[in-house]
Design a protein around this ligand. Structure first.
Ligand SMILES: [Zn+2]
Length: 98
């Protein structure tokens, strides 16, 4: 499966994703509450609440850089396996093909 993933999607879903992972962690309760009440709209707002940008980094699995959008290739046999690939790397890959 091929789909576009954007950094804004990561930002918009960070509250839900973070809470799913840390709902049981009492040291993260205040962060869960802040994400829910403030509903951050930018990467900076998320960073100000969580303390880092690990939840909004959209890294290309080939070149390792952070992008605003990538293509997600999901393994058709194992939906948990996927690759994020940026436009530059896709263009390089295309130039390899006849
Ligand atoms: Zn790349």
């Amino acid at each position: 499966m091929i789909e576009k993933i954007t950094k804004q999607q990561l930002i918009n879903s960070v509250g839900k994703r973070f809470t799913k992972v840390y709902y049981n962690d009492i040291t993260k309760t205040h962060i869960c509450h802040e994400l829910k009440s403030k509903k951050p709209k930018t990467e900076k707002e998320v960073c100000d609440i969580i303390g880092n940008n690990s939840w909004t980094t959209l890294q290309c699995h080939n070149c390792g850089n952070d992008f605003n959008q990538v293509i997600k290739f999901t393994d058709s046999f194992d939906k948990d396996k996927y690759l994020y690939i940026c436009k530059d790397c896709l263009q390089k890959a295309l130039s390899e093909l006849d």
